[in-house]
Design a protein around this ligand. Sequence first.
Ligand code: SF4
Length: 373
Amino acid sequence: MNKSDSERIAGDYQARGYKEAHSWKEAHEIVVNTCAVRQSAEDRANGFLLNVKTYFSELKLPHAKLILTGCMTHHGDRKIYEMFPMIDEILPIGEVGFNSQAVRRDTYHAWVPISTGCNSFCTFCIVPYSRGREKSRPMHEIISEVKKLAREGYREVTLLGMNVNSWGLEKVGIGFRKLLMDKDKKFKREDLPSNQSQYLRPNGTPPFVKLIRRIAKIKGIEKIRFLTSNPWDFHDELIAEIARNNKIDRYIHLPIQSGSNKILKLMNRGYTKEDYINLVQKLRKKVPDVAIGTDIIVGFPGETETDFQETVSLANTMGWKIAFVARYSPRPGTASFRIYHDGISLKEKDRRWNILDEIINKKNLNIRPKIVK
Ligand code: SF4
């Protein structure tokens, strides 16, 4: 998503008559598009900005204008200026429009954003705060961008959204949610995780499936990928569409985050381990050549050795092709930062990280065929 945003930021600059500098050392303006998903990402941005500042002041060169954008802007202007006194301007990431002309380096594959923001409120995640509530890009805009890409010679597109499955779905209003809870007194707020209660069930074919069908009909487009799908609303119709539409890539990214139901609940993920296994089984049955990758967080607050072993057991049995394993780091502003105690040491998080990396990623590396040039 950040790569796609950067392409659009570059497009906005070009439209205003700017040219890309060969290196940041030659630039008059530097836009730093940040990620706040983990502390290490913020540290990298910090390190880069310090480098830039030192370079210009030590060489006594005119100071390049430094503009910060991306997910770190959620800290708020005051804190950002405190953290990075060298920053000249903050560009809220929400202002990067869908329709800015992207400046792409790749000539074969293109990132195409279809939605922005997220309504899921997983307790560890900053996205709903940094990028705001989910907003679907209109179908006609997406289609015309993909048609243009096809005319320019692009053959592959990746549709981007924090949760592509809910693209175009009608949202459940707060009043309706309350009505649901009031009507059936068995429902309490905690029984209705925000991520499952934000949308009305699709009436017929889910809009995302309709979107994929329209894109698949565009002449010239040979491969369609999408990122990312939430397991809780990966509709059966989408599985059927993948099975019958061979333009859809056979790699599906399906984050599980944890193999323990207790931790999934604390994360407010809106599905159980059993739901996830069931979904993967359905996918594999209908799409036998599907490859599945995942995201996992280790060391989430409250994750005991027993909880972790439940994830290990899935790592041994799910057949994931790849896993992006992250050590939990509390993000200021998120629910887990406010509510839970980050009581697991970094050493222990490292241990858990290594175990999963070994089981899923290293093992797969060994069995991947060697590329002969
Ligand atoms: S689905 Fe959860 S993890 Fe993904 S962007 Fe939304 S809140 Fe974050």
